[in-house]
Structures are given as C-alpha cells and as structure tokens.
Write a protein that binds this ligand. Sequence first.
Ligand SMILES: NC(=O)c1ccc[n+]([C@@H]2O[C@H](COP(=O)([O-])OP(=O)(O)OC[C@H]3O[C@@H](n4cnc5c(N)ncnc54)[C@H](O)[C@@H]3O)[C@@H](O)[C@H]2O)c1
Length: 320
Amino acid sequence: MHIRILTAADVRAALSMTAAIDAVGRAYAQLSTGKATMPLRSRFHTQKGVTLLMPAHLHDSGDFAVKIVSVYADNPKLGLPTVAATVLALDPQTGMPLALMEGDSLTALRTGAAGGVAARYLARADAGNVALFGAGVQARAQLQAAMAVRKIRRVWIVDPFESAARRLADDIAGWTDAPAVSLAESPQSALVQADIVLAATTTTTPLFDGNDLKPGTHVTGVGSFTPQMQEIDATTIRRARVVVDQRDAAMAEAGDIIAGKAVIDAEIGEIINGDKPGRQSDDEITFFKSVGLAVQDAVTAGAVLKSAEEKGLGTVIQMS
Ligand SMILES: NC(=O)c1ccc[n+]([C@@H]2O[C@H](COP(=O)([O-])OP(=O)(O)OC[C@H]3O[C@@H](n4cnc5c(N)ncnc54)[C@H](O)[C@@H]3O)[C@@H](O)[C@H]2O)c1
C-alpha cells in the first residue's frame, strides 16, 4: 500500500481555479439529487480548541475523503496558525487511503470555487465590477474564481485593516489579466459600482446596507458560519433571490439566512441540474450563501489527486 503526500504548493500546482469550479459544480449537482453521503460534521472539543471531522462520498464521481480541521486560538503563541486542515482521500472501492494533502490550500480552492459556480449561474454575463469585502485568504480566492467565470475589469476592496487591503491590492496588480484595483472609501462607494459583491470576512455584523445594491447585482457570502454571525443584512435577503449550497446546512449554520428570515429559493445544485432557473432577468438581485460542505472537499481532493498523479506531484510513501 502506498500514499501520496501533497504539500500546499503541490495542491496549488495540481488544480487551476477553473478546474476546481467544474469539480465543485459536479459535487453540488450530486448533492442536490441525493447522490452524496455527507454526515453532519462532528466536533471534538479539547482543552485548547475544537477539531472538526468532515467526511463525504460522492456516488457518481466516486470521490471519497475526510477533512480534519482544527481551530485552536492559542496556536499563534506557538508560532502556529489558528486554523489548520488536512485532507485524507480514500479509494471508494477498497477504503484504502490514497493521498494526504495540506487542507488550507484545498479549502481556499474549493471555497473560491463555490463562489465561482454561483457567479457562473447567477451573475450577469456582462458583470465586470466587483466589490470585495475582506482582504484575507478567502477573499483572494473569491476574486480569482469570479475572474475565472467573468471578465472582471475593476475591483474595490473593502476592509477596515488598510494594510491587509493594500497588501491584497498589490498582489492582485501582479496577476495575469489583473483588473484595476482600488481601496474603497466606504462600503456604499463600492456597492454603487458593483455588479458582483463578494463577502469573505470574519465580521459578525452586516457589512453593508442592502438598499445600496444596484438592481442586477449578484452577491456571494462565505464568511458567516454560525447562527450568531451575519455578513449580509436582512434588506439584501429581502431584495434578493436566495440560493444556498445546502438548505439544511444554511438553515442550521448561516446567521444571514436565519436572522434575515430568508426564503430559500434554490440549492445551487438544483440550478446546475436544470431543476431551477439560473439568473432570470438583468434586474434580479441574487444572493448565494455557502457555509462550506464536505462534498466540496471530497470532489476537489479527487481532482487534485488525479492531476497530481498525471503531473507526478508530491511524494509517494510506501506504507506496507
Ligand atoms: N464558507 C466556507 O466554505 C468557508 C471556508 C473557509 C473559511 N470560511 C470563513 O471565511 C471567513 C474569512 O476567512 P479567511 O481565511 O479569509 O480569514 P482572514 O482572517 O484571512 O481574513 C478575514 C478578513 O476579513 C476582514 N474583515 C473583518 N471584518 C470586516 C468588515 N466589517 N468589513 C470588511 N472586512 C472585514 C479582516 O480584516 C480580514 O482581512 C471566515 O469567517 C472563515 O471562517 C468560510
């Protein structure tokens, strides 16, 4: 038996954002037709933090993996990150381990890809202006994914930590086909221009007033992950057609959906499968909420492994 070990650099080299968007679309499609096994994530509390176990198996594509995510607040004192994830990909035929991969890079890829899938089906075809709330790892991935599905010409970054916003703006300026990027003076100044609003922050209170959204705007939110956290206000929820990654997860975990008393119109998988329409008019405001699902990890891990095998990435260890 052997296992392939993939570092963060290997994961990033293995899969483009476009390929990740295709993969996550396949996961959502299977999930919404009952072709996925995905138990609720288990939480193990220890003295210092919490460790989550996220298993999923996709029946059609055969992707099978478990992600382990630890959130330990005191880690920075030890020179370690607060959040650390690892993914174990398994063979669905035999249950044997196939690969162990660094999970933070995979999480950014699959979370960005979720936003990319949503923008592909819900943003206007001519959407070119982005308001980007947050300047961290996930915000960066959200923008990369929007760029993979739409011709993005301008980006306004909204983040109270100016140094983080400036760092991301400098980084974006060096990308191939980089959009023009500036730091927004206020949330409102970014929203009046935006065709796509991407929220990937750690805020617990709404980022903007939904009255400032232009007709036709698409909004994606990936930040809030507890009933107490809200990135998106109730006005946006009221004005928008609401689409989620999974109804049960969104109703249980997403403060935006719960506090906004959202009427969920569709799962994104239902739109991919053609059971529900994508964007219905140029004026429609759409909101996609992703809380993050293990099926995204399983399918992205499967695609990363396939590509890594083809490209000879990683280190193969003989286990027995
Ligand atoms: N939905 C998913 O699948 C998924 C996956 C991974 C992470 N997340 C969540 O996404 C969020 C962002 O994660 P990250 O790794 O990028 O974190 P990060 O710490 O790297 O970045 C968060 C950014 O949000 C900014 N921010 C905080 N309050 C803000 C406000 N009011 N307005 C604008 N910006 C604000 C911070 O300054 C920071 O730059 C977290 O809540 C994380 O738990 C979701």
